[in-house]
Design a binder for this molecule. Structure first.
Ligand SMILES: Cc1cc2nc3c(=O)[nH]c(=O)nc-3n(C[C@H](O)[C@H](O)[C@H](O)COP(=O)(O)O)c2cc1C
Length: 199
C-alpha cells in the first residue's frame, strides 16, 4: 500500500476487538521502529513503556478519562514518556553521546530555561507519536493516540522516576462495529489548498 493509501485508511480507533491479539513479532517490530524515531540533534529524550499485562492495563484504563474502554479492549498500550530529570539527561549527554551532539546540547542548555528545554524535549515525543502511528498503519495495526490520560496517576502506577508520561497509544484491531471506521465515517480534513500552499 502507498503511504497516501495508508494515510487515507488509518484512523483513530474508538472501539477495539478484545478477542484479537497482536502477533508478538509485530510488537517487537514496533519497539525497534520507535527506537529509530528521529529527534532534534538526536537527543532521544524519551522512554516508551509497552503495557500488555491485563491487570496493569486495567489500572491505567481506569485513569484515562473517556479512553477507558479503548485501553481495556486493546491488547497493547504504549505510554510515551519524556525525560524529566535533566541531570539524568545531562549524564547521558556527557557519557554516551557523540561529542559534537553533546556540545550542541550544552550550548542550547545554557541559552534556554529548564521549562524551555522540557518543552523542546516534549516536542520530540510528539515526533515519535507520528512515527508510531505511521508504523502501526504499515504493520496493519489499528491505533489511537491519546492525550486524554491522567499523567500523574500514570506516573504513580508505572513507578516513573526520571521520566514522565506525555501521552499514550492504544494498539490492536478495530471492532466490527467501530463507528469511527473510515468505511462508515469519512475522514474530516480541511481543504488541501487551505493547509498547503505552493509558491
Ligand atoms: C496528540 C493527539 C491526542 C489525541 N487524543 C485523543 C484521545 O485522548 N482520545 C481519542 O479518542 N482520540 C484522540 N486523538 C485522536 C484525534 O481526535 C484524531 O486523530 C483526529 O480527530 C483525526 O482523526 P483520524 O486520526 O481518525 O484521522 C488524539 C490525536 C492526537 C494527534
Amino acid at each position: 500500500m502507498s503511504f497516501l493509501d495508508l494515510a487515507q485508511t488509518r484512523y483513530a480507533t474508538k472501539r477495539y476487538n478484545p478477542a484479537k491479539p497482536i502477533p508478538p513479532g509485530k510488537i517487537e517490530e514496533l519497539k525497534q521502529i520507535l527506537r529509530l524515531a528521529p529527534s532534534s540533534i538526536n537527543c532521544q529524550p524519551w522512554k516508551f513503556t509497552f503495557v500488555q499485562d491485563p491487570e496493569l492495563k486495567a489500572k491505567l484504563a481506569a485513569v484515562s478519562m473517556y479512553n477507558e474502554h479503548k485501553i481495556q479492549d486493546a491488547p497493547l498500550l504504549i505510554v510515551f514518556q519524556v525525560v524529566q530529570d535533566l541531570e539524568v539527561f545531562e549524564d547521558f549527554a556527557r557519557n554516551e553521546w557523540e561529542e559534537r551532539m553533546a556540545e550542541m546540547f550544552f550550548q542550547a542548555r545554557e541559552a534556554l530555561s529548564e521549562a524551555q528545554i522540557q518543552g523542546w524535549f516534549t516536542l520530540q515525543v510528539y515526533i515519535a507519536l507520528g512515527f508510531c502511528l505511521a508504523a502501526c498503519a504499515s504493520l496493519e495495526l489499528d491505533a489511537t493516540p491519546m492525550e486524554g490520560i491522567e499523567k500523574e496517576k500514570y506516573a504513580e502506577l508505572l513507578g516513573c522516576t526520571s521520566h514522565h508520561p506525555v501521552l499514550a497509544v492504544c494498539v490492536g484491531y478495530r471492532a466490527d462495529d467501530d463507528f469511527n471506521d473510515p468505511a462508515r465515517q469519512p475522514k474530516i480534513r480541511r481543504a488541501l489548498e487551505v493547509v498547503v500552499e505552493s509558491r
